[in-house]
Design a protein around this ligand. Structure first.
Ligand code: GUN
Length: 283
């Protein structure tokens, strides 16, 4: 029997409906959460992401500003814009779309974003707060992964979660969030020896390694929850996850598809973070 599919699109829509309602309520008090998105250059994937973020703001009733800057923009000019947005009262969230052009130091830009407006959760202070378990703005994709696992109704406490991939954006923060939920966490990555021995022990398997169809059924314990964070563009133009969905769904428990799994959650979590930041800043 084939596993239940975790419908990220529907779950995301349910959360968005709640956000829309809350924003509508706030607007009757004359308050609107505001998000600024900064895009430098013409990377096609980034252009799509930024357009989707802009669309989400409109749909949910947020104030939004998109700053599209040429790829030749200097680091100094970008930092000046970040500084202006940090001080702008109608902006509560700032997102600088990555990757940035090579001549700009990403770390300097992320460090320059106000901690309170860092809706990506990438600022070192927010990362540090995540490590020590303090209140912080959580990185969007990892937060979305946890929401999807919770939606399955499966209790995380005491479970063995295995994360494949150790990136700063997904693998590392996901492992911290899983620990916060009292799971026992093992991290695997490209240098892990006998990876299957570990993944086959997983009650929950989160895959974020960036290789198309890397995980097949032989990696998966029967009934395990499988969350696929991968988004790989194949030569055919088709989108593929890091999990070979067709084979894995025959052995796994609840599993996310690509597209329609983790992807829709990322922008939804960004919108949630912006609302949280707005409410905190409004005090
Ligand atoms: N590029 C790809 N994903 C992301 C993201 O989550 N945030 C930012 N700022 N840039 C990205």
């Amino acid at each position: 029997m084939s596993a239940p599919i975790i419908n990220g699109k529907q779950i995301s829509e349910n959360i968005r409906a709640k956000l829309r309602e809350e924003v509508q309520e706030l607007s009757t008090q004359g308050f609107k959460p505001g998000l600024a998105v900064v895009l430098v250059g013409e990377d096609p994937a980034s252009q799509v992401y930024v357009r989707n973020k802009e669309k989400a703001c409109v749909e949910l009733g947020y104030y939004s500003e998109v700053h599209r800057l040429p790829g030749t923009t200097s680091q100094e000019d970008l930092l000046a814009l970040v500084d202006k947005l940090n001080r702008q009262e109608n902006i509560h969230g700032i997102l600088v779309q990555l990757p940035l052009p090579k001549h700009i130091d990403e770390k300097s830009v992320i460090d320059a974003i106000s901690v309170e407006k860092d809706v990506d959760g990438f600022h070192p202070v927010n990362v540090g707060n995540l490590v020590i378990g303090d209140d912080s703005l959580l990185p969007c994709t990892p937060a979305g992964v946890i929401e999807l696992i919770k939606e399955t109704g499966i209790e995380l406490a005491g479970k063995h979660a295995v994360v494949i991939g150790r990136s700063n954006i997904v693998g590392k923060p996901v492992s911290l969030l899983l620990q916060r939920e009292n799971a026992t966490v093992t991290m695997c990555h490209s240098r892990t020896v006998n990876m299957k021995e570990l993944t086959k022990q997983a009650d929950i398997l989160v895959v974020a390694i960036g290789r198309a169809n890397f995980v097949d059924a032989s990696y998966v314990k029967p009934g395990a929850v499988v969350i696929d964070v991968g988004m790989n563009r194949l030569e055919t133009g088709k989108l593929a996850g890091d999990v070979d969905f067709e084979s894995v769904k025959e052995v796994s428990g609840p599993i996310t598809p690509v597209p329609g799994g983790v992807g829709p959650m990322t922008i939804t979590m960004l919108m949630q973070n912006t609302l949280i930041a707005a409410k905190r800043l409004a005090g």
